[in-house]
Design a protein around this ligand. Sequence first.
Ligand code: 5RP
Length: 228
Amino acid sequence: MTDRQMAQKQQAGEFAATLITDGMIVGLGTGSTVRFFIEALADRINSEGLDITGVTTSNKTSSLAKSWGIKLASVDEVSKIDLTIDGADEVDHQLNGIKGGGAALLFEKIVALNSAKNIWIIDESKYHDVIGQFPLPVEVVPYGSHQLLQRFLAADMQPTFRRTMTGERVTTDAGNYIIDLHLDRIAYPKSLAYFLEQTVGVVEHGLFLDTVDEVIIGGNQPTLISNT
Ligand code: 5RP
């Protein structure tokens, strides 16, 4: 990652923290960009005495938010989430996104769908005409996952099990595996989403379509793109 990308992540995360107001229930995404947001939000909570409840999207984010003293509730304990701030791996000009680079796509999608508003924070390198350069994460049930991989292989989707540094299959917070599809270019995201949703053994996929309301691209003056 370049210094410019890292700086833009920080700018986007810090800008997003300025959008939070007292009393909000806030969805807390996962990843390195969200880390900047959480740190800036914790600063505001402490310095301004804001009453904020966070709803997290991964065990990692729960640990981070707790370490900053942010009050947390589960998605099932709140009546609504006012605003979720999350990162994304790739976003196209219609604001279709790929998420799940941090293996948190399932909980991220659950929190997003239960949020009145969703904002993604990204650096400019992730904003493309067409998504698909980033491998599409698909969360699958372990039982039968080898067969599923063969089916994706037969469909020419270049699938690989995501593995840890030590070679084991990555396990999500829900106990599933991740298969990454190396598609290069997703010309018809809706058709692909439909296909994956019809595939037995697939728990969730990383295509987030018609989900986000605004995208913030970091910069000295962050760019705000609205889904209107
Ligand atoms: C995790 C995600 C992240 O939001 C996405 O991977 C972006 O991460 P980062 O901010 O570290 O680039 O979808 O599952």
